[in-house]
Write a protein that binds this ligand. Structure first.
Ligand SMILES: Cc1cc2nc3c(=O)[nH]c(=O)nc-3n(C[C@H](O)[C@H](O)[C@H](O)COP(=O)(O)OP(=O)(O)OC[C@H]3O[C@@H](n4cnc5c(N)ncnc54)[C@H](O)[C@@H]3O)c2cc1C
Length: 190
């Protein structure tokens, strides 16, 4: 079925979908191209929408990728009849996603004084800003041990976080630092 695509509103980035992965009928992640002029701090959020109407609906989304990444990753809920996610969950490779130009947020390294331990408590898609922070070398410079806690309704909902921790341990930039950090691996379910 062909999709009707409206022109992007002025002052909004129109980016291409680079990958989509569905975890459950309620959760998925997607990655989009990163505009060359777009700067953000790991842990910030941005407003995203779809070009499916003349006045697109925008919703806040934490950027799950770190500030150095060439693409932008998002981890999303699928809300039945949700004004944005009923459509967003259907995006495919090369579709367009709209993004407002300014990111913001307080879950950033700048807001924290260095310390021994950093505790990151999250539920559901709330892990997204922490997915960004644990891929940022600055987080490991500021803290000796990082505790990432992710709780979900169902065991299967933990998959994104488990996959994330595995990939962080293999990451050329932060892999060594994360591997010395055993608390990052504790992702238990009952
Ligand atoms: C600062 C900030 C950052 C956010 N980051 C993310 C993110 O990274 N990923 C993400 O999926 N959402 C995130 N959200 C929520 C997001 O903005 C939307 O609410 C969500 O995408 C659903 O949009 P919608 O238009 O389909 O439904 P909405 O009309 O926005 O929501 C309908 C109902 O669905 C429920 N709901 C909405 N979002 C969630 C969620 N994430 N988990 C569980 N229940 C929810 C609530 O009960 C809400 O009343 C964030 C919100 C804020 C304020």
């Amino acid at each position: 079925m062909s999709k009707i695509v409206f022109e992007a509103p002025a002052g909004v980035f129109a980016e291409k979908v680079k990958s989509v992965r569905h975890y459950t009928d309620r959760l998925f992640k997607f990655r989009i191209s990163r505009p060359s002029s777009f700067r953000f701090r790991s842990g910030e959020f941005v407003m995203i929408g779809l070009p499916n109407s003349e006045k697109p609906i925008f919703r806040a989304y934490s950027i799950a990728s770190p500030s150095w990444d060439e693409e932008l990753e998002f981890y999303s809920i699928k809300v039945e009849d949700g004004p944005l996610t009923q459509h967003l969950q259907k995006i495919e490779l090369d579709d367009t996603v709209l993004m407002r130009r300014k990111s913001t947020g307080t879950l950033v390294n700048d807001a924290l004084l260095p310390g021994k331990r950093l505790y990151l408590f999250s539920t559901g898609t709330g892990i997204a800003p922490f997915a960004s922070l644990i891929r940022d070398p600055e987080t490991y410079e500021k803290f000796e041990t990082i505790f990432l806690c992710h709780t979900c309704r169902n065991v299967i909902d933990l998959e994104y976080g488990q996959e994330l921790v595995r990939s962080v341990r293999l990451d050329p930039l932060v892999g060594d630092l994360a591997s010395k950090n055993p608390k990052l691996a504790k992702n238990e379910s009952s």
